[in-house]
Ligand binder design. Structure first.
Ligand code: 1CP
Length: 354
């Protein structure tokens, strides 16, 4: 089969799925469910296949990526798969010396702090990430009518890892550059927007049915700063992939005050964490966009009846929405009981069956 017809086959098969219908704000047979970090350490089968293999190495092995991406689909009956990778993979692919340290997260050997450092961020080309194209093709073949979501890190969140050198609570170096050298900052996030757009483009060309832009840490910013320093770069990413016509999801943590702007940046679906109920979130986002979220991932530790009660609250708050994709307000935590996730999918499907 030609490359083009193969990618079309995956997308055509998934076109009428509940997930894609909800993203397009069309009527659905049931509310679709998937979970951020549905693949990963909460699953014993994941821990088994990852044994002895470093996180970034696993992202570069198409057979392993395919297996890990499929694990939660088999186990939980979720309505979408999310491509197994990491937001720092494209940075590694353009030559940034970084690693993902167990229990820590991404660590950058030489943080990006000066104009000379910017030169290390060359543009990304599809030939830098052949393993991504290969894995997406394998996956769309295996998934049939279940849509595959591609993703990338948004410029602000990627910049925070590059500048801080690793995870941060305060983003002091990131904000120092933003406020202290706005020109350098603008050039940095613009370069990152190019890399991110190219990384999404590779995934879409290979056959993913939707993309999610993770600006996980944008909630550290006030709306005015988000609008000035971050939104133009994220808008550039959304604009660059708009012509493909696949739904674009935009998500961050603690972004209640930014929801309107995050929608305005160019998203079709706005992801909401657990801090803002969906009936309030829809007022902040405005018409014409679907919402995704927003059960507190910690609720999954509280026992079955609490999970069902809190899940029902999310469904009730979403009852007036035109498009709702059920998800957690952030990723599945590693100690989560996988059976609680399976039961949650069942609950949402049963309660929303039309
Ligand atoms: O060895 C391991 O299992 C390491 C844990 C892990 C995993 C499973 C990391 C390190 N990344 C991943 C995979 C991953 N990363 C996925 C897989 C697909 C799925 O959701 O099932 C996705 C979507 C990501 C994206 C990602 N990486 C984000 C955005 C999502 C979010 O959680 O907000 C972020 C911020 C990262 C950075 C990162 N990578 C890994 C960790 C522990 C972190 C966060 C570190 C921090 O707190 O700053």
């Amino acid at each position: 089969m030609s490359e083009r017809s193969q990618q079309q086959t995956g997308r055509i098969a998934a076109h009428d799925s509940a997930f894609l219908r909800a993203c397009r704000r069309e009527p659905v047979p049931h509310t679709p469910v998937w979970f951020m970090r549905q693949a990963g350490r909460s699953l014993p089968e994941y821990r088994k296949v990852r044994e002895g293999i470093a996180m970034l190495d696993s992202c570069m092995r198409p057979d392993l990526v395919t297996e890990i991406t499929l694990q939660p689909v088999r186990r939980h009956n979720v309505d979408a798969a999310i491509f197994f990778s990491d937001i720092v993979v494209p940075l590694k692919a353009v030559g940034i010396d970084l690693d993902i340290k167990p229990g820590v997260g991404p660590v950058v050997a030489e943080p990006v702090r000066t104009r000379a450092d910017l030169e290390r961020l060359r543009p990304l080309d599809a030939s830098d990430v052949p393993y991504v194209t290969e894995a997406v093709r394998q996956l769309t073949g295996e998934l049939g009518a279940t849509p595959l979501i591609g993703f990338a890190g948004a410029p602000f969140t990627l910049a925070s890892y590059l500048i801080e050198g690793g995870p941060s609570r305060t983003y002091e170096n990131t904000k120092a550059m933003m406020y202290g050298d706005p020109e350098l900052w603008a050039d940095l996030v613009d370069r990152l927007a190019g890399i991110t757009a190219a990384f999404l483009d590779v995934q879409i060309r290979a056959g993913v049915s939707a993309v999610q832009l993770f600006d996980s840490w944008a909630g550290a910013l006030a709306p005015a700063e988000y609008r000035n320093f971050v939104m133009p770069a994220s808008a550039k990413v959304f604009d660059a992939v708009a012509h493909h016509g696949v739904p674009r999801i935009h998500f961050g943590v603690g972004t209640g005050e930014l929801l309107g702007l995050m929608g305005e940046a160019g998203a079709d679906v706005v992801g909401v964490d657990w801090r803002v109920p969906l009936d309030e979130a829809v007022r902040r986002v405005g018409p014409g966009k679907a919402l995704q979220g927003n059960l507190d991932p910690a609720v999954l530790f509280a026992g079955r009846s609490a999970v069902e009660m809190k899940a029902q609250e999310v469904l009730d708050a979403a009852s007036g929405l035109e498009g709702h994709v059920f998800n957690l307000g952030h990723g599945v935590m590693p100690n989560t009981d996988p059976d609680a996730l399976t039961r949650l999918v069942e609950y949402v499907h049963e309660r929303t069956a039309r």
